[in-house]
Design a binder for this molecule. Structure first.
Ligand code: IPM
Ligand code: MG
Length: 400
């Protein structure tokens, strides 16, 4: 193919992307109400095991949720429903990020608790299909990826609002090799997409008595897309006179999270998708490892709750899956409980996780046979969460 043919082909590809995205922008402009889960009967919680360490750690979270929701399940107010088929084997066989029947099942649930799923990469032996995470987030329009990280004893209490449907992720499987030598990916940021995530961050700050929102970009270099994100932040902030905001660049932000003299100043952070992916792994490591952090993927209609990490194929290859920390999915479970209206249960579970993972640490996980198994740690959480004195135990640790 000549260069001019290659350019024509790339222009056509780009044109199609622009058409699709302008249609998407029109959809984003339409107002949609938030779903009120409390009026649903039953509230359906889908449970997806996933790949790699997924089924092991998700089983622990499922057991704790089943226990905490026992009365509600018996009263027909809540249903926990297993969803099969979101495995790499099935996705590869169907050559789909989410097989159609699985997507149908997911859409029949109000919310899902999801174990990590393997994300294929060119040359890893699986067909290079789109990430199931990314596809679910886009398909269900789960625009807010909310990732809390807290270390109460160090006064660290961060909530990241990672934009979840745009940026390099949105078209990550639609890049183009213009020629053998020239590869182009596309980064997209929209006004509407930025508004809704930044507004969610400010609203959260207001609701939870926080005073500041930090916007993270690289707007000095990536001028058009990050520039838009930052500009929208200024506009949204006008609606929240009681909340101050500041802008930081992603590089210095990664350094500041390590700065023990400054890091407890940060409260709520809002950022585009890829920066959010990277910064939240770092934040989770500061809290005790990515295995300790959960996330809520929230849209107006659906919610999906998951660990912040992947399926850890290395652990599986080395026969260490049974030593994977279930805290991440348990955290996600606590967020799920809060999201569907069981705030007290969610709070108890968060406190039990703080006690077991950060304070008491009677059972410690190391990710290998030098530490506890997922099951043992799951039992530890279970015995802590059912303790009627869990809240006062937590208080005494935090104040100590
Ligand atoms: C996450 C994960 C995913 C992401 C992967 C598994 C596709 O790292 O949830 O942060 O990049 O979003
Ligand atoms: Mg990540």
């Amino acid at each position: 193919m000549s260069d001019s043919q290659a350019i024509e082909r790339a222009k056509e590809h780009f044109g199609k992307i622009l058409e699709q995205q302008l249609e998407r922008v029109e959809r984003l402009k339409q107002h949609q109400e938030w779903t009120d889960y409390t009026s649903a009967k039953p509230i359906i919680i889908g449970v997806i095991g996933g790949d790699g360490i997924g089924p092991t750690i998700t089983a622990e979270a499922q057991r704790v949720l089943e226990h905490l929701l026992k009365e509600q399940v018996e009263a027909g107010k809540v249903e926990l429903r297993p969803i099969e088929g979101l495995t790499i084997e099935n996705r590869a066989a169907k050559l789909k990020a989410i097989p159609d029947d699985v997507l149908e099942e997911i859409k029949r649930c109000h919310v899902t608790l999801k174990g990590p799923t393997h994300t294929p990469e060119k040359g890893d032996g699986w067909p290079n299909i789109e990430s199931a995470n990314v596809a679910i987030r886009k398909e269900l329009d789960l625009f807010a990826n909310i990732r809390p990280v807290r270390i109460p004893s160090e006064n660290v209490d961060w909530t990241f609002f990672r934009e979840n449907t745009e940026d390099l992720y949105a078209l990550g499987s639609q890049g183009i090799n213009v020629t053998d030598d020239l590869a182009i990916d596309f980064r997209l940021i929209t006004t509407q997409g930025s508004e809704r995530i930044i507004d969610a961050a400010f609203a959260h700050a207001q609701r939870t008595g926080k005073t500041k929102v930090t916007i993270v970009t690289k707007a000095n270099v990536v001028k058009t897309t990050d520039g838009k994100f930052l500009e929208v932040a200024g506009q949204v902030s006008a609606k929240y006179p009681g909340i101050s905001w500041d802008g930081w660049y992603i590089d210095i932000m990664t350094a500041k999270l390590l700065d023990t003299a400054r890091r407890s100043d940060f409260q709520v952070l809002a950022l585009p998708n890829l920066y959010g992916d990277i910064l939240t792994d770092e934040a989770a490591q500061i809290q005790g490892g990515v295995g300790t952090a959960g996330s809520a993927n929230i849209g107006k209609r659906y919610g999906m709750f998951e660990a912040i990490h992947g399926s850890a194929p290395r652990m599986v290859q080395e026969n260490r899956a049974q030593y994977a920390d279930p805290s991440s999915v348990l955290r996600a479970g606590a967020m799920l409980l809060e999201h569907i209206g069981f705030t007290d249960l969610g709070d108890r579970l968060h406190k039990a996780l703080d006690i077991c993972g950060q304070y008491e640490r009677k059972i410690v996980m190391t990710g290998r046979d030098t530490g506890a198994t997922s099951r043992e740690f799951g039992e530890y959480i279970m015995s802590t969460v059912v303790d009627p004195t869990v809240a006062s135990r937590w208080e005494s640790y935090v104040k100590a």
